[in-house]
Design a protein around this ligand. Structure first.
Ligand code: TRP
Length: 334
């Protein structure tokens, strides 16, 4: 508990350009939670170097992601929005937790297997211990809840296992975090293969709408979205392309899918795609304008970066000192 509130921790990687799926499925929900919890929203740049990055690009994208958190409506005076690499406690706790995590546990991680297959020329130790760094992120702040997508659930489970193991060896040290699985709804699928999730790493640029796409690009991508030959605007699993378009429309307009179906009854796919495109454009316009405004205010963003890193380090160090003492590191001389 911090200030009588439960603690929420979440993070995103600054690799690739964020998509409409990241926004509607994650970021927008974070904003809704930010009053209820004491929140830490981290740009996890240390995780990013488990695969090779171009340094200038990583730096630019990390700043863009941090700016986007704020533009999306997370108030940086109330929520702690910061870079993982600015708080050394993450790496320090990760080292300690490495010594309480078994090779066998890490070997079972499906994301490691997927990434190792994808980057066969660079299967480094960091990629293998990635979940331990993630556990450190979460446990450092004694987080009660962690909003994550289904692909990160396994990492949250190993976090809980590590925390419970440590607690049973050394006594109550870490809060055991719960996953926060958001309300059903906005799971946004690829526009080109609506059976898979819209992803920032998709190679087909038409598959994803990026948050910074201009209106023409958004309209064009929607126009090219894959549908089917049923010729009926119905909300059902047999028509995944149409269903996805209706979901996007609902998420952007606040209407239910049923209301959307009624609105398009008797109309063609062309009209649906057009309306979806326009709804996305109006959803993203304020966000893009806010990003542009914040990008110009370098001094403000710099101050947020500095102040929030200090705030995060304060809480991180409290946990870290406790853990260092428990495992038997010598006391610091003051
Ligand atoms: N691994 C997460 C992802 O790729 C990002 C992440 C790192 C994270 N540390 C975290 C998410 C801690 C939640 C909590 O999506």
């Amino acid at each position: 508990m911090i200030n009588d509130k439960k603690v929420l921790f979440s993070g995103m990687q600054a690799t690739g350009n964020l998509t409409l799926g990241n926004y509607l499925g994650a970021l927008k929900n974070w904003v809704a939670l930010s009053d209820e919890y004491e929140c830490f929203y981290c740009v996890v740049d240390e995780h990013s170097i488990t695969v090779r990055q171009d340094p200038a690009t990583l730096r630019r994208r990390a700043r863009a992601l941090l700016t986007l958190y704020i533009a999306a409506g997370l108030d940086p005076e109330k929520n702690c929005i910061y870079y993982q690499s600015h708080v050394s406690g993450h790496a320090e706790l990760a080292w300690i937790l490495n010594c309480f995590t078994y090779m066998g546990e890490l070997n079972r991680m499906t994301q490691f297997k997927d990434k190792a297959a994808k980057h066969a020329d660079n299967i480094n130790a960091g990629l293998f211990t990635y979940p331990v760094l993630m556990a450190a992120d979460i446990l450092l702040y004694q987080a009660d809840v962690v909003p994550v997508g289904i692909d990160q659930k396994q990492h949250l489970e190993i976090t809980r296992d590590i925390a419970m193991r440590f607690n049973s060896l050394y006594g109550e040290t870490f809060t055991i975090p719960e996953p926060y699985i958001g309300k059903a709804g906005a799971k946004i699928m690829s526009l080109q293969s609506p059976d898979k999730k819209m992803s920032k790493s998709d190679e087909n640029p038409n598959a994803s709408i990026y948050l910074m796409d201009d209106p023409d690009t958004i309209l064009r991508k929607c126009k090219r979205a894959v549908t089917d030959s049923e010729g009926c605007i119905c909300y059902r699993d047999e028509q995944p392309g149409v269903k996805n378009l209706l979901n996007i429309y609902s998420a952007c307009t606040g209407k239910t899918p049923e209301e959307a179906v009624a609105e398009f009854s008797g109309k063609g796919y062309g009209e649906l795609k057009m309306a979806v495109g326009e709804a996305v454009v109006s959803q993203l316009r304020p966000l893009q304008e806010e990003v542009a405004r914040l990008e110009k205010d370098k001094a403000y963003i710099d101050r947020i970066i500095k102040d929030n890193a200090e705030k995060a380090a304060y809480y991180a160090n409290k946990t870290l000192r406790k853990v260092q003492r428990k495992v038997g590191f010598p006391d610091r001389i003051r």
